[in-house]
Design a protein around this ligand. Structure first.
Ligand code: ADP
Ligand code: MG
Length: 399
């Protein structure tokens, strides 16, 4: 990981204006914020800057207004929730550039906080328009990016501003980059990756990148079926992308060449119908799946063997559940493997990093999310990082 500046590198910022990119793309229902996780993630950075006497202007996008003002997508709706989490008053400014912002800056006292309007109301945001960037920068002294989740986009407030103002990673961005570096940047070896989820097609680039990076690749979930089919296993009615068996074989060959051991389930949980506790539920060898059955989870003995693999590893990166975990009992493999990973982490023998929407839900369901070394809630940015892609919002901080 190249070096990037953090809040530790800030000089005296008393009275200076901080333009701070945060993630306020909050889940809402009926005009109310239903989950404050993203506000809590940004709070340390906001409060630290305010504590140092900066005037803090928060920049964020909300939804997809496509370059036009939209009354239902105004960030004014999140002000109350942000005030509640921060425990302090927050001003709302209905612009992101121009005299209204300048006047607001004059009104703010050192340590005060304001939220500017949804950056995506202006076309310049997603276009990373240099004039738009310059107009935002005119009202600020320095830039802090605390939104890793938006770092895979080269937008005005995620990338452009870092080119024209002194730029720093916020605390949440810093924690994410440090954790990801420990997992794949400069990891302690051996490294294991668990990749699961529904489809190979959505994670082809992830798989291709990982085989050259890790010592053990554990494949589970629906995507394992495509790999099994590629190896000539009859997977019956299972979710399977038969048109991708060639690609699956290429990935297996690439793994072989880089000395990466691929672990596919040899024992599976199957049923004839996809329902909770179905009457046709059974566990069998992967070669015994009937034509009218589908694979919905990894079997208990196979999961135990996978746990033994994790015991030989120092680092784990995990994306995607091992089975159709939303429906009992097809959550069993994901829960069991997650608990093993969590126990090894607590013991101090494993560094564990996980991410992905359903993965985070599955780890919460297993009750072990807090025991992992790091859980990324970044979604798309996390996946692009797992694909080995350079994230523009990160690269510009490291420049
Ligand atoms: P993430 O959001 O963490 O990246 P994905 O979206 O790729 O994960 O995959 C999660 C989905 O995969 C879940 O909805 C889960 O039910 C599904 N899934 C896992 N295993 C199977 C399987 N064997 N058959 C069908 N669906 C599966
Ligand atoms: Mg998903």
């Amino acid at each position: 990981m190249s070096a990037f500046k953090t809040l530790d590198d800030l000089g005296d910022v008393n009275g200076k204006v901080a333009l701070v990119r945060v993630d306020l793309n909050l889940p809402m229902q009926g005009g109310a914020v239903t989950d404050e996780t993203r506000i809590r993630a940004a709070a340390p950075t906001i409060l630290e800057l305010a504590g140092k006497g900066a005037k803090v202007l928060l920049l964020a996008h909300f939804g997809r207004p496509k370059g036009e003002r939209s009354s239902t997508l105004s960030l004014s709706m999140v002000v109350g929730a942000v005030e509640k989490v921060l425990g302090t008053e927050v001003m709302f400014v209905p612009e992101v550039t121009g005299p209204v912002v300048a006047q607001s800056v004059d009104i703010l006292r050192p340590g005060d906080i304001a939220i500017l309007e949804n950056t995506r109301f202006w076309k310049g945001e997603e276009k990373n328009d240099p004039d738009f960037v310059k107009a935002i920068a005119e009202n600020g002294d320095f830039y802090v990016n605390d939104a890793f989740s938006a770092a895979h986009r080269a937008h005005a407030t995620t990338e452009g501003l870092a080119r024209v103002l002194p730029a720093y990673a916020g605390r949440s961005m810093q924690a994410e980059l440090e954790a990801l570096d420990k997992a794949l940047g400069a990891p302690e070896k051996p490294v294991a990756a668990v990749v699961g989820g529904a489809k190979v097609s959505s994670k082809l680039d992830v798989l291709k990148h990982l085989v050259s990076q890790v010592d053990h690749l554990i494949i589970g979930g629906g995507m394992a079926n495509t790999f099994l089919a590629a190896k000539g296993v009859d997977v019956g009615k299972s979710l399977c992308e038969h048109d991708l068996t060639g690609t699956a074989n290429e990935i297996l060959e690439a793994a072989d060449k880089s000395g990466c051991t691929v672990h596919l389930p040899y024992e599976v949980v199957v049923s004839k119908e996809f329902a909770a506790n179905p009457p046709s539920l059974r566990t069998c060898n992967v070669h015994e799946v009937a034509a009218d059955e589908m694979i919905l989870d990894v079997g208990p003995l196979a999961v135990e063997a996978l746990g033994d693999v994790l015991k030989t590893c120092r680092t784990l990166v995990w994306n995607g559940p091992m089975g159709a975990f939303e429906t009992v009992p097809f959550d069993a493999a994901t829960v069991a493997l997650a608990r093993t990973a969590a126990a090894l982490t607590v013991e101090g023998s494993l560094i564990s990093v996980a991410g992905g929407g359903d993965t985070v839900a599955a780890l919460n369901h297993a009750g072990v999310a807090q025991d992992f070394s790091y859980i990324s809630t970044a979604g798309g940015a996390f996946l692009e990082w797992m694909e080995g892609k350079e994230l523009p919002g990160v690269a510009v901080l490291e420049a």
